[in-house]
Ligand binder design. Sequence first.
Ligand code: SF4
Length: 143
Amino acid sequence: MNLPPEEQVFVRQMLEKLMELGIGAVYGDEDENEKPALVDCEPRLKLCRAVCCSFHFALTKKEAQGKKIAYNQKKPFFIKRENDGYCTHLERSTLRCSIWTERPERCRKYDCRTDPKVWENWQKGILKSDALKHLSTLKVYSQ
Ligand code: SF4
């Protein structure tokens, strides 16, 4: 959706309200032409703490109808997250995806390298100072 950021916030809030009322559901709309991102996550996991696996996104209709990927029952069909802010499918001890081969399209295509919410400078390994602030229980999983 190519809306200005303030309109995106408004639309999201409106949808969340509808979902809370039990009268709305959202499917992810993936661009078939968008290629999977090839990011070498392993060397940077100690820095980023898999913060991408705490982001909010909707599953496609096919994913939501399948049995492999859990979605939030109160906000269908957004990926299910736990109280710590992370996706249900993230292995907390290793910060790896437990359904890697079956992971959602959004996870396959998301590229943190150009996301200003995550990196100040990906090449130099400089994380944005507030990138992890919403992960309140993060130290529990620090290795
Ligand atoms: S499905 Fe896997 S890759 Fe996607 S957010 Fe959850 S843990 Fe991360």
